[in-house]
Design a protein around this ligand. Sequence first.
Ligand SMILES: [Cu+2]
Length: 205
Amino acid sequence: MNKTLAAMAISLVFGTSAVFAEAPKAPPTPPALPDTGEKVDTASDATPFGAGAIKPSKALAKIVNAAGKPVGIASLKQTVEGVEVRMEVTGLEPGEHGVHFHEKGECTGPDFKSAGGHFREEGQIHGLENEHPHFGDLPNLVIRADGKGKLRASSRRVSLLEGKSSLLRDGGTSIMIHAKKDDQKTDPSGGSGDRIACGLIKAKL
Ligand SMILES: [Cu+2]
């Protein structure tokens, strides 16, 4: 009896360990990988961005003021020329306001310092009137007497694809509206003053 029990126990143990021994071999996920690879190859004409990578062509930023209240929206679209920006805002001071893409995807009011400086790389000098402006430089936004304004702009210096100038890079980027006009030549921000509204740029899938 005892011997039988022992034998059963042993066979159970071996049985179990056999299952465990198989288990690590079991996850035959490797076969699945070539599969995915094939799918990517056949499905995309635009594989340069990497297997399985998201290839958004549009992005959106909900813009909030210093109090965190929504004041508008910016729609971004990848084109062959770069990125097209369409921004519509309301409830801002009439006049011209500097607008830039900033280097971090964090809009914490009221000062929005969380967004860091302008999205740029070394060697770039702020202002569209300079030869090598920041990635993030954009034309001024004009707010009418009713507090509303629209900005239509296109930038060749940024993209929504992969790469150093991607607005959708790790850590994100944001679009910022300033209190004053950007003179488009004075480093580092054209004398555009305080940050009054900010929108985190998110891929629109
Ligand atoms: Cu700025």
